[in-house]
Each structure stands twice: as structure tokens, then as C-alpha cells.
Design a protein around this ligand. Structure first.
Ligand code: KG4
Ligand code: ZN
Length: 331
């Protein structure tokens, strides 16, 4: 079964062709560069750019997969959560394909899509698992009870983890998105140079805004000439603190649920330090940790096509009247 996946929930216009939910025949991601000068995504510009890019991106995904429109058995698309204008472009396009080709429309939740990046990377991986979604919009710790059945343990009370990377990147004068830039800058810094507060949030919830503000105050105290010298240390120390927060709550979730396996996904899961820290901790504490291939961590449509396949198998077909939803979650 050949599914075309479409993803336009934020600032990536993406299309992918996936066979039987697990074989990626093509995976095209166009990252909009128009937002860099604003230091963040401008929703109206994002939706206009999706309109411009959706046809070339879908065409390229078909071309790369060596299939034509008539080979498609279904179209899967992100319907929630995300920027409403951005979601509408992908959803409307998917509806028109479904109608004109007379193939089923399957709608996918973006967060469930992120979880499927791990199922794509490890085809034998099956729940139960602890899930940690760390992206620009979400930081969610959950139990993946089975495919399609999720229970939220905790999430961020303020900034998402990726959002904190982006905001701290901004404070350090780095370009948007700040996550990969901070990772690069941190390579030449000392993660133990500055001790930023870990934040004491109860249960499984997270908070990143205090850490971000601590970086702001630290920078304010520095003399102008010290700032340049300290940037790498700030990046490394911030990164280490953010990762420590994620590890702490994840380990707590695993020891309390006795599910000693964790699947991490979302843009921040591409961070090498995060991957190394979790892997080290896994060896020490005896759990298994799974990360998607790096290209499947950040937004892409292969994860949407893969997740869409399971929805299709369950008979979960969407009517053409379905609406885009900016905030619906899966738990
Ligand atoms: O999953 P994603 O592509 O989009 C959302 O669903 O939000 O995640 C984007 C987020 C951004 O905040 C970006 O800075 C962060 O993921 N990110 C990273 C890295 N690559 C992307 N954060 C830290 N280290 C990275 N290497
Ligand atoms: Zn995402």
C-alpha cells in the first residue's frame, strides 16, 4: 500500500511516499528560510510560503519515489496541532487529491507523527514504551500503551524545550532556529562553566522559562567584552541543564512505571549531546533508549505517511468535511 504523506503544520513544507507504513520511498522537506530575519516563525508568511511550495514539494516526492499519482492508495496529512493557516494549506491540498484521485483521506496528529519517527527507524519496536516528544512546540512525557493509545504523564508548564533553545539562541545572537546553532556553539564551551538552575517542578511536568531567564540575567551581568568570550560556555551550560531536566523526569517515569524503554522524538532529539547523555544514562540505569534517524527528528512527512498507514488499517478514514485544528492533542 503506497501512501503520500503531507506535513505543513509549521514552517516545513514536506511530502513523502511511504510503502506499507515502514518503507520510505521518498522524503522531501522544504524548510522555509523567510523567518530567519524575524527570529521566529511568522504565521502569515508561513502559510503563504506553503501555498507556493506545496505543489513542487509533492511533485518532487513522487518523482524521487518513482511513482505517479495513479499509484497512490491513500493520502495522509497533518490535521492538528499547528498554525491554523499552515495546517489549512496541507489539509486542503490533501482533500483535493483525495477527491480527484478517489482515494481515502487519512488525517494524522502531528505529535503522533513524531512518535512514528521511532517506529519507522526501528520497524520491530513495539509498545509499551515511555515516549518523550521534544520539539519547538511541545515537551511531552507519555506512556505509549499501544500504537494509537497514549497516556500523558506530564508536559511543559511554559516554554517547550526547543522553544527555549530558540530563545536562548536569540539571546546569544544566533540565527533561527537556535537549537542546531547552540549545539554547534556548545562544542567549544565548557558545560560545567556556569551552573544554571534546574527548576523544581513537581511530578512529570517541565519548566524551561526559568532557565531561559537565568541565561538572560547572566548575560546582563557580563561586561560587553566578556560576552563574546562566554558565549560558548553559556551555550554548553544551558544545553547541559536542559538535557539534565529531560533525563531526570524520563528516568523517574521509567522507574515508576517499570517500563524501562524510552522512545525520544521531535526536533530536539537530533541533538547529539542529548543522545549521548541519554545513552550513557541508559547503560548506567539499565533502560533502552531509541532515537529516530536525525532526518526524522525534525518535521517531515515520512512520519505522517507511516502513522497514516496504521490509521488506514484501523479504518480510520476522514471525511472531506474535516477541519484543521490548531490545538488538539492525542492524550
Ligand atoms: O519537531 P520540530 O521540527 O518542529 C516542531 O514540531 O516544533 O522541532 C523544531 C525544534 C526547534 O525548536 C529547533 O531549534 C529544535 O527543534 N532543534 C534542535 C536541534 N535541531 C532542531 N534543538 C537542539 N539541538 C538540535 N540539534
Ligand atoms: Zn514537529
Amino acid at each position: 500500500m503506497v501512501i503520500l504523506g503531507i506535513e505543513t503544520s509549521c514552517d516545513e513544507t514536506a511530502a513523502a511516499v511511504v510503502r506499507d507504513g515502514k518503507e520510505i520511498l521518498s522524503n522531501v522537506v522544504y524548510s522555509q528560510d523567510i523567518h530567519a530575519e524575524y527570529g521566529g516563525v511568522v504565521p502569515e508568511l508561513a502559510s503563504r510560503d506553503h501555498i507556493k511550495n506545496i505543489i513542487p514539494v509533492v511533485k518532487k516526492s513522487l518523482h524521487d519515489a518513482n511513482v505517479s499519482l495513479s499509484d497512490l492508495d491513500a493520502v495522509a496529512v497533518t490535521q492538528s496541532p499547528g498554525l491554523i493557516g499552515s495546517l489549512l494549506v496541507g489539509l486542503s491540498f490533501a482533500k483535493s487529491l483525495s477527491f480527484s484521485l478517489d482515494i481515502p483521506l487519512v488525517t494524522v496528529n502531528h505529535l503522533e507523527g513524531h512518535i512514528y519517527a521511532n517506529f519507522l527507524t526501528y520497524p520491530g519496536l513495539e509498545p509499551p514504551l515511555i515516549g518523550l516528544i521534544v520539539s519547538g512546540g511541545h515537551t511531552d512525557l507519555l506512556i505509549i500503551e499501544e500504537r494509537g493509545k497514549y497516556r500523558l504523564l506530564g508536559s511543559t508548564l511554559d516554554d517547550a524545550c526547543g522553544e527555549a533553545f530558540d530563545k536562548v539562541g536569540n539571546l546569544l545572537g544566533l540565527s533561527y532556529p537556535g537549537g542546531p546553532e547552540i549545539e554547534k556553539m556548545a562544542e567549544s564551551g565548557d558545560p560545567r562553566a556556569i551552573s544554571f538552575p534546574i527548576g523544581r517542578v513537581k511530578g512529570y511536568d517541565f519548566s524551561f522559562s526559568g532557565l531561559k531567564t537565568a541565561v538572560l540575567y547572566y548575560l546582563r551581568k557580563l561586561a560587553e567584552e566578556e560576552k563574546g568570550m562566554q558565549k560558548a560556555n553559556i551555550a554548553a551550560s544551558f544545553q547541559k541543564t536542559a538535557i539534565t531536566m529531560l533525563v531526570k523526569k524520563s528516568v523517574k517515569a521509567m522507574s515508576e512505571t517499570k517500563i524501562m524503554r524510552i522512545a525520544i522524538s521531535g526536533g530536539v532529539a537530533a541533538n547529539e549531546q542529548l543522545r549521548e547523555t541519554f545513552s550513557r544514562e541508559a547503560k548506567k540505569k539499565g533502560f533502552n533508549v531509541y532515537f529516530p534517524d536525525k532526518m526524522l527528528c525534525t518535521d517531515n512527512a515520512a512520519m505522517i505517511g507511516s502513522c497514516g498507514y496504521d490509521h488506514y488499517k484501523r479504518g480510520d478514514i476522514a471525511p472531506l468535511s474535516i477541519k484543521a485544528e490548531p490545538t488538539t492533542l492525542i492524550y
